[in-house]
Every structure is written in structure tokens, then in C-alpha cells.
Write a protein that binds this ligand. Structure first.
Ligand code: URA
Length: 288
């Protein structure tokens, strides 16, 4: 093979990776995850404690994310998963203010996503606002800027909020289930979600909004401990309960703006959700 041939083969391979969503180099050397993930043929996987509330068991690939790199998470020994979750729970519980929680999340080393992320994305908007939106995870723009929902889906979210007189400058607080970007925007694993859950739960408790808006399936299913997909959950109001008990918060499940960018025909349903949110803010739960 000539030098030119080698170069064009390497370029074609790189293009293929980028098209498949593999746009981050995580280590200097390739790792054969298929090999690492193969359990002994007769042994059942020991991951029974890794499932966060409301998360389905390892899913068939989400058709919306077909371009993601293969998700072959090694079956971790229990302690490797439960220890960081325990540490996250203790750390989150110790935070008494949003500023303390922000600092605690930034200092936390128990989630491997932090290694590949550029920034910790904690929140944006008005702390203590009546409306708190919880999305899924930062994308490339959010990772670069350290703020949630600043890319194209964030711009759509801003326009949607504006249409009902809300904005992150005045009346909305925004965060995500995960404060770190999954490489290549792949779907977060159950273990990654489980370790971040104590932080997002404490985040909601401390922000104490009047209502929660759960944007997308990952947010709605995780925080509501529901198995149904977002198509069934959207438009419905639920009560979110703090893990240790306490006052529940009304939570509206709705589509993720990134989904609306791919499926603009669904915007009319999101508009209904926005009107329902507005009614709820004006008239209280009786409006539903
Ligand atoms: N999608 C999300 O769920 N959150 C962000 O912050 C950006 C995109």
C-alpha cells in the first residue's frame, strides 16, 4: 500500500467513526470492550444493584440514537457500582445549599463520565424559580460552555418557553440528570445514571420549584420511576417525591426539544404541554 493509500484509508476510517458518533478519543490505546464484557458462559451477570429507579433493563438500541457507538458496558462487580452511588448519596446529602451542591458535584470523582467531559454542567437560569426543567445530559455545546441547553435544542427550548412567557433569565431553572457529557452523545448507562441520581434529587430538593418539567424519556422515566416510554408519559402530571420523604412536587413529562427538532410534527403536543404548564402555574393543580 502506498503512503497515499494508507492516508485515504485512515481518513475513510476516521470519517466512518465520526459518522457513527465516535468523536472523542478516550484513551491512547483501543480497548476491546466486547472481550471485556463477555461473561463466563454459565455465569449470570451480577448487576442487580446497578439499576436506577425507573430505568429499564439494558435496552435494545434507541432508534433515535442509532449513530451512537456500541454500548457494551462491562458487567461491573457490585462494589464498583454501589460504592460511587453510596459516596454520591453521602456527598449530596451533606450539601445544604445549591452552591454547596454545585461545588460537591464538581469535586466528585465517582463518575467516569467526568474524565472525558470538558466541563461539569450544573445548572442555568434562576435558582429557586417556580419552574425547574430537567433534561438528560449535556451535549457538545453544553460541555464546551459548561451550561445546560445552550446548543440548538436549547435554543428551541428558549423559544418554547418564551411562547408562554417564561425564560431562563426570569422564571426558569434548568439542569440535567447527568452533569457530564457522555462521549459522542451516547445514551448514558444505568450505572452512570444511578451514580448521578443522588445529585439531581438533592438538586431538586434544594431548588424547591413549584413544578418540575421532565424533558425527554431519560428524565421522565428516571425521576418518576416509570417503565413506560416518553410517548406514553408526555402530557401527564405526576407527583415527584423526594427520596427521603417530604413534600411532593408536581412534575410534567414532555418531549425533549432535540426530539422535536427531529420530529417537528410533534410540536403541537409540546404546545399543549406548555399550555398545561402555564395553566398549572396560574391556577395550581386544580387546573389539571
Ligand atoms: N440535551 C439535554 O438533555 N440537555 C442539555 O443540556 C442539552 C441537550
Amino acid at each position: 500500500m502506498t503512503g497515499d493509500d494508507q492516508r485515504s484509508t485512515a481518513e475513510a476510517l476516521l470519517r466512518w467513526y465520526v459518522d457513527a458518533g465516535v468523536d472523542e478519543a478516550i484513551t491512547d490505546h483501543p480497548v476491546d470492550h466486547f472481550k471485556a464484557a463477555s461473561p463466563p458462559p454459565t455465569q449470570a451477570p451480577r448487576n442487580t444493584t446497578t439499576t436506577a429507579p425507573g430505568i429499564d433493563p439494558p435496552a435494545s438500541p434507541d432508534p433515535m440514537r442509532q449513530a451512537s457507538p456500541p454500548r457494551v458496558a462491562p458487567v461491573a462487580p457490585d462494589a464498583q457500582v454501589t460504592q460511587p452511588v453510596h459516596a454520591a448519596r453521602e456527598t449530596a446529602r451533606a450539601a445544604g445549599t445549591l452552591a454547596e451542591l454545585d461545588a460537591a458535584v464538581r469535586a466528585f470523582e465517582g463518575c467516569p463520565l467526568k474524565v472525558t467531559a470538558t466541563n461539569t454542567v450544573f445548572a442555568d437560569g434562576v435558582p429557586g424559580a417556580a419552574v425547574m426543567i430537567v433534561g438528560e445530559a449535556p451535549g457538545a455545546d453544553e460541555d464546551r460552555q459548561g451550561k445546560p441547553f445552550v446548543g440548538v435544542s436549547g435554543q428551541l427550548l428558549d423559544r418554547m418557553l418564551e411562547s408562554v412567557g417564561l425564560s431562563r433569565q426570569d422564571s426558569v431553572y434548568i439542569t440535567n440528570i447527568l452533569p457530564w457529557r457522555p462521549p459522542g452523545n451516547r445514551q448514558p448507562t444505568q450505572a452512570e445514571i444511578a451514580v448521578c441520581m443522588p445529585f439531581v434529587e438533592r438538586h431538586i430538593e434544594l431548588a424547591a420549584p413549584q413544578v418540575l418539567v421532565l424533558a425527554g424519556g431519560t428524565s421522565a422515566k428516571t425521576l418518576l420511576s416509570r417503565k413506560e416510554g416518553i410517548m406514553r408519559l408526555r402530557g401527564r402530571w405526576f407527583d415527584w417525591s423526594p427520596p427521603g420523604g417530604g413534600k411532593t412536587i408536581p412534575a410534567l413529562a414532555t418531549y425533549h426539544p432535540a426530539f422535536l427538532l427531529r420530529s417537528p410534527g410533534q410540536k403541537s403536543n409540546s404546545w399543549k404541554d406548555l399550555l398545561s404548564l402555564k395553566r398549572h402555574l396560574q391556577e395550581g393543580p386544580k387546573a389539571e
